[in-house]
Write a new protein. Structure first.
Length: 151
């Protein structure tokens, strides 16, 4: 009898709705409000690659040794260089990194002997074209510039 009455008066439905309305208050919202609020990224997260430069001289730290390209299982890094006839050192001429094929394993970062290549905590890597996923040296040095939305 009780079960029938519960069904007639939609008791379970009303209970369910009460739970729903109880959690409508903003203090009970658990969903991340991205992009209005930026999420906390784990310390060891591996995201956008960056080619570090010397902050004092503005020169790249990369010595064009090509180890990152050799370490990459996807072979998506291309490093080109030319020998400076005066210093006899190799100088970086081109560095490209195809993000669309990267699995962010970090092997390239580990292989770099001078900490020039680093996978940062930047996670906004979307682009409208496939070509946009291929980052050149300038992009790698400057890093992504995501839009900060404010409401
Ligand atoms: S993170 Fe892994 S897949 Fe991506 S470029 Fe480095 S070595 Fe290659
Ligand atoms: S391993 Fe480091 S220094 Fe060597 S080419 Fe790659 S980024 Fe440059």
């Amino acid at each position: 009898m009780l079960t029938i009455l519960k069904k007639i008066f939609f008791v379970d439905l009303i209970r369910g709705l009460l739970v729903t309305f109880r959690y409508q208050h903003p203090k009970n919202i658990y969903t991340e409000q991205y992009p209005a609020e930026r999420p906390k990224i784990a310390e060891r997260y591996r995201g956008a690659p960056r080619l570090n430069i010397n902050p004092e001289t503005g020169e790249t730290l990369c010595i064009a040794c090509n180890l990152c390209a050799l370490a990459c299982p996807e072979q998506l890094i291309v490093v080109t260089s030319e020998r400076n006839e005066v210093t006899k050192r190799k100088e970086l001429t081109k560095f490209t990194y195809d993000l669309s094929r990267c699995m962010f394993c970090g092997l390239c970062e580990d292989a770099c002997p001078v900490d020039a290549l680093e996978l940062t905590q930047d996670f906004e890597l979307a682009s409208y074209t496939r070509e946009g996923a291929i980052w050149d040296r300038q992009m790698l040095e400057e890093g992504p510039k995501p839009i900060w939305y404010r409401y």
